[in-house]
Design a binder for this molecule. Structure first.
Ligand code: KG4
Ligand code: ZN
Length: 324
């Protein structure tokens, strides 16, 4: 419901802005931004996403830019997920010489290019070749539902609350604790596992779950655990196989996994194991920054500004279908 989303954004953005400034300690005794705390740079999501909601952010950013006389950097949401996985609190020994210091204690990890990113969120599932930050090629993407969307839809079929990802993950974890990794009671397919490309498809998996559930006379908690476990395994197997294939194809050393679904513990563990076996340097976001947040847009915009040394001169447009 784009119009409801827009209305909620409009209602929330001003109070949110005030809370953010307050929490960041930028306000003086009169509740105003003091001169020494002036904001030097504004970054804003231009897309992809729901255009009416994007417009709210863009209009807000533009009025702040006018008041503060600060440049505004439009940011691709998915680039935000990529750079979030590259944030480190430590400046590692090998990075020390030329890593870019972005604040007192945050660093962007130095990686070798080309690198590969797997982006898994509620709206996207894509494998991206990164020639350098700002220069991307999509190698494969989902033909229908995104991974997060599949998690949410399967969770709904199982009567769980939104967002479904964390719920499914919990049920799957309990299944492993209770029964170990014994074969699944309700086997599910591994969609596109052997397709000759790097695309994904998850809507068939959801339909398969639907038909499986229809055959069960009375769905118990145990059934839910079984389905959650097997669904998650099916997803993990396909994600691992396609990512490995892409990584080997373009010969990368650094592997970045980003997007809200990377909050999933079992998915993280599966990639950590794969990276060890295949000798990739793996970059995952901190769990608290895996899902959408404003910080990722700030960092991505800041890096873009450093790279390009300029802000946009023309008006920013909401670009609902913007790709990397
Ligand atoms: O990146 P994100 O916050 O928003 C979009 O850009 O779409 O991703 C949200 C998605 C939702 O579909 C949510 O169910 C999924 O990430 N998600 C998870 C987990 N936590 C969030 N999926 C699987 N396991 C989780 N623990
Ligand atoms: Zn996202």
């Amino acid at each position: 419901f784009p119009m409801i989303a827009k209305r909620e954004h409009t209602k929330n953005i001003d109070p949110l802005y005030n809370i953010a400034l307050k929490e960041a300690g930028l306000l003086d005794a009169n509740g105003k931004i003091s001169q020494e705390n002036k904001i030097d740079l504004i970054t804003v999501t231009e897309g992809p996403g729901l255009e009416p909601a994007l417009w709210v952010g863009i209009t807000f950013a533009e009025s702040l830019g006018g008041i503060w006389d600060s440049p505004i950097i439009p940011v691709n949401h998915m680039e935000g997920h990529i750079v979030t996985s590259l944030i480190s609190k430590e400046n590692s020994e090998e990075n020390k010489e030329d890593s870019e210091e972005n604040s007192e204690n945050l660093f962007i990890k130095k990686i070798s290019y080309p690198a590969l990113a797997l982006l898994i969120s509620g709206g996207h599932t894509e494998l991206v070749k990164i020639n350098k930050l700002g220069e991307y090629e999509i190698l494969g993407s989902t033909r229908d539902d995104a991974v997060g969307e599949a998690f949410d839809k399967v969770a709904r079929l199982l009567g769980m609350t939104y967002p479904g990802g964390p719920e499914i993950s919990k049920y799957a974890e309990v299944r492993v604790l209770e029964k170990g990794n014994i074969p699944p009671l309700y086997p599910l397919p591994r969609p596109m596992l052997h397709s000759k490309d790097l695309d994904f498809s998850f809507s068939g998996l959801k339909t398969f779950v639907l038909y499986t559930l229809k055959k069960i006379p009375k769905i118990t908690e145990d059934d839910k655990k079984e389905i959650a476990y097997e669904f998650q395994n099916a997803v993990i197997e396909v994600l691992l196989a396609k990512t490995l294939e892409a990584g080997q194809k373009i010969g990368v050393k650094d592997l970045i996994i980003g997007g809200g679904v990377t909050a999933n513990t079992q998915i993280r563990e599966a990639f950590i194991k794969m990276a060890e076996q295949e000798d990739f340097n793996l970059h995952l976001p901190e769990k608290s920054l895996a899902g959408d947040n404003a910080f990722m847009i700030a960092i991505a915009g800041f890096l873009k500004y450093q790279r390009e040394k300029k802000s946009t001169t023309s008006a920013i447009r909401a670009r609902g279908n913007l790709s990397l």
